[in-house]
Design a protein around this ligand. Structure first.
Ligand SMILES: Cc1cc2nc3c(=O)[nH]c(=O)nc-3n(C[C@H](O)[C@H](O)[C@H](O)COP(=O)(O)O)c2cc1C
Length: 239
């Protein structure tokens, strides 16, 4: 992949602690072309209001569309998406979860974007002791359901609540792990393509939409028909 890959780097927190430094480290090792967002500073909305506007009328009808679009458009135009979250009560931060809730109609079964099918993502979490792996798994799941074929996971137990408090041995481990992932990404030939699970899911969803006439999914079905996904076209052919 080219040296000038564009990265969208989303921090699930406003402050610059261990998670910020670990996520920033991997980003800088990949490319200097970084669009960076901090939540809630750059997305201060609460979770999804459940109004159904995006499902029935399109994501541009979401009451929070303007703020969602800024970050989502950046993701769509990037080669790499990096999401960092401190582990909070064994989960990603509430701010990140709130952001992802606003993207549910861009999930595989609804109206996924072609462009997502060629991205590489990195999920980063630090925690004091426990739950970090679960957080990166959860972040990777968000990426999968948005169509991203490959997500690397980096989780670190730092036994600290600030970067200054992190032991130098752990900092070395973080440096080595971020090196490894950055090297894998920069030496990648071309972009990743969907694996068996994503293709299988697509074929199941395609079958669902072929037989689906439910009012709940009218807008989704029209999207699949317009994209010719019920014929022979596939989103990864255009990504
Ligand atoms: C609200 C809150 C919840 C936390 N929950 C966990 C947890 O479930 N597991 C854990 O190991 N550490 C937990 N921690 C500690 C942080 O995850 C840990 O200090 C992390 O490295 C902080 O990252 P930061 O320096 O980027 O803020 C919690 C901290 C806070 C403030």
């Amino acid at each position: 992949m080219s040296k000038n890959m564009k990265i969208t780097l989303i921090h699930g927190q406003n402050h610059k602690g261990s998670t910020y430094y670990a996520a920033r480290m991997v980003a800088e090792k990949i490319s200097g072309n970084i669009d960076e967002y901090f939540l809630p500073k750059d997305f201060s909305e609460e979770g999804c209001s459940g109004c159904g506007a995006c499902l029935h009328n399109g994501r541009d009808h979401c009451p929070h569309a303007k703020k969602v679009e800024v970050i989502f458009n950046s993701m769509l135009s990037s080669d790499i998406i990096i999401i960092g979250s401190p582990t909070y009560v064994m989960e990603m931060t509430a701010h990140l979860k709130a952001f992802f809730e606003h993207l549910y109609t861009a999930w595989l079964g609804h109206r996924p974007e072609d462009a997502m099918y060629s991205k590489t993502a990195v999920a980063v979490s630090t925690g004091a002791i426990i739950g970090m792996k679960g957080v990166t798994k959860s972040l990777a799941r968000q990426m999968f359901y948005l169509g991203v074929p490959k997500t690397y996971r980096l989780s670190f137990g730092v036994m600290a609540n600030s970067w200054d408090g992190v032991d130098s041995k752990v900092k070395k481990q973080i440096a080595a792990a971020t090196d490894r992932v950055a090297r894998k990404i920069t030496s990648q030939k071309g972009h990743p393509t969907p694996g068996i699970k994503a293709r299988f899911m697509f074929s199941m969803l395609r079958r669902f939409h072929k037989g689906n006439d439910l009012p709940l999914f009218t807008t989704d079905k029209k999207y699949w028909v317009d994209k010719k996904w019920l014929d022979n076209n596939r989103p990864w052919k255009n990504s």
